[in-house]
Design a protein around this ligand. Structure first.
Ligand code: SIN
Length: 267
């Protein structure tokens, strides 16, 4: 296993994700908890194998704004080409944090790549929390924040001309600082895609604090930048890591499949 940065990520070699046993899966689970995101190269696995892999870690969830693969609604298609008007995940986020029980993790395999570009950024929310002063850390342990899916998902639908039929989107209140249920570590749990307000503050205070936190989260020393190869797989822990997809390859094509694993209520 090769660590990627001192705070985040590890690349795991010598595992075929299409033929894993329980020992492999326990090793991957341990690495995920320790490093926040793990990467695998050259994994030409079927969608069924990817579903089985995800299902070992927990129940797979259907995305609230994405229909998924026909017959496999739990498999999300990540795709962009010359006709695309947007790509998934272009803003820093933790997947579907607007859900009352946001996903614990997501597993993405990219099978089609542009010649260059299409990297993904990941950032450690433990590192972001640890870098705050003790006074701010203590303050942020008090309030909760609203994570609302509607503004983001409706803006996506408007951009691509998709009628959402007036449906409701998840909305939840989560602690600003979250304790990871498995590592016990504390991390920042607000993100630019879904967090709309910090509860109990005046609007101007909440806006200013969120602006500061969204800016803070972008610091390069919390991040890594993953350069995908054909059939690379990334498995990230949404409870302590945020990510952002970079759309710098238009009009080229980038495609893959993602499965998303149910998590628990943040505390
Ligand atoms: C996402 O799941 O947010 C998309 C990430 C990517 O395409 O790299």
């Amino acid at each position: 296993m090769r660590r990627v940065t001192p705070v985040l990520g590890a690349e795991i070699e010598g595992v075929d994700l299409g033929a894993v046993d329980d020992d492999d899966l326990r090793m991957i689970h341990g690495a995920l908890i320790k490093h926040g995101v793990v990467f695998f190269r050259n994994q030409d696995i079927s969608m069924e194998s990817q579903v089985a892999l995800g299902a070992w870690f927990g129940e797979l969830v259907v995305h609230p704004n994405d229909p998924g693969v026909e017959g496999h609604p739990e498999v999300m298609i990540i795709h962009a080409d010359e006709l695309s008007k947007r790509v998934a995940g272009e803003t820093w986020h933790s997947d579907v944090s607007c859900d009352p029980e946001p996903p614990m993790g997501s597993i993405l395999r990219i099978h089609t790549l542009p010649e260059t570009g299409g990297d993904t950024l990941f950032a450690s929310m433990y590192a972001a929390y640890d870098a705050l002063s003790p006074v701010v850390q203590t303050f942020l342990k008090g309030p909760t924040a609203i994570h609302d899916g509607a503004p983001y998902y409706r803006s996506v639908n408007a951009r691509i001309g998709r009628d959402d039929g007036g449906r409701d989107y998840p909305r939840a209140e989560h602690p600003v600082i979250r304790t990871h249920p498995e590592s016990g570590r504390e991390g920042l749990f607000v993100n630019e895609m879904f967090t709309t307000e910090i509860v109990g503050l005046e609007k101007a205070e909440s806006d200013a604090l969120l602006r500061f936190l969204f800016e803070h989260i972008r610091r390069p020393e919390f991040q890594l930048r993953f350069r995908w190869g054909r059939n690379s797989i990334a498995f990230w822990d949404n409870r302590c890591v945020q990510h952002q997809a970079i759309w710098d390859y238009w009009p080229q094509t980038r495609s893959g499949y993602r499965v998303t694993i149910r998590g628990d209520r943040p505390v």
